[in-house]
Design a protein around this ligand. Structure first.
Ligand code: DC
Length: 217
């Protein structure tokens, strides 16, 4: 089991998926689950300020997620939301889910079940994966990068779909809100820190693949 944490734009999604592909492991994007729940509560017409209703929408959500690094998709309540979870509207509302402890507890439970179910092992990524979801993972890694490097990478991912202001909101404001509950920018005991600011993504993938091979051997 490989667990990778890090803030938005640290390169964790791209690299976690590629490492899973190279090592023939499954891949779990836990952020996609938080995003899918945000779509579900918006679909249900729930206000992000209505904590009880957001909790009910989370615990009642039927989430189905691909663990295949070559074919990512996510369905919530029977609807494919693979594209919608990346839209700015979802990104704007996802902190409402991530900051409610009851929602986190529900999603953490589901994530552990998904990871344990795959006998090949899994590369899982997300803010609390090394500390809360899977502290027993064979390799626990925290990727960091300066705010400038993170903004640059997210801008590359999102292209001209977002304005500068939306980009800063997605990367910096969201990390600030999310870190109120989970301190994902400081490596916990036993978690290796990898500063990716001056690395290209292929370099990050190579470095993590080597660490993962050592940890799994
Ligand atoms: O990694 P991402 O940008 O797709 O994450 C989406 C949101 O979910 C973001 O607000 C952080 C939150 N999240 C979390 O709190 N814990 C996780 N394990 C994964 C994501």
């Amino acid at each position: 089991m490989i667990a990778i944490d890090g803030p938005s734009g640290s390169g964790k999604s791209t690299t976690a998926r590629e490492v899973a592909r190279r090592l023939g492991l499954s891949y779990l994007d836990t952020g996609a689950m938080y995003r899918a729940v945000a779509v579900a509560f918006l679909d249900a017409g729930v206000s992000p300020d209505d904590t009880d209703a957001v909790i009910a929408a989370t615990t009642g959500a039927d989430i189905d997620i691909s663990l295949d690094p070559d074919e990512p998709w996510v369905r919530v309540n029977g609807r494919d939301v693979t594209a919608e979870i990346r839209e700015p509207r979802t990104a704007r509302h996802v902190s409402a889910v991530a900051t409610i402890p009851e929602c986190r507890a529900d999603l953490v439970r589901r994530q552990r079940t998904l990871m344990d179910a795959d006998p090949r092992g899994c590369v899982a990524e997300g803010r609390d994966i090394t500390t809360v979801v899977y502290p027993d993972a064979d390799l626990r890694l925290l990727l960091t990068a300066t705010p400038e490097a993170r903004l640059r990478r997210r801008a590359g991912d999102l292209g001209d779909k977002v304005t500068e202001e939306q980009l800063r909101d997605q990367v910096l404001r969201r990390d600030r809100d999310d870190s109120k509950l989970v301190d994902f920018q400081i490596a916990a005991d036993g978690v290796r820190l990898l500063d990716t600011s001056d690395m290209t993504l292929p370099e990050v993938v190579d470095a993590i693949t080597t660490l993962a091979e050592e940890a799994l051997s």
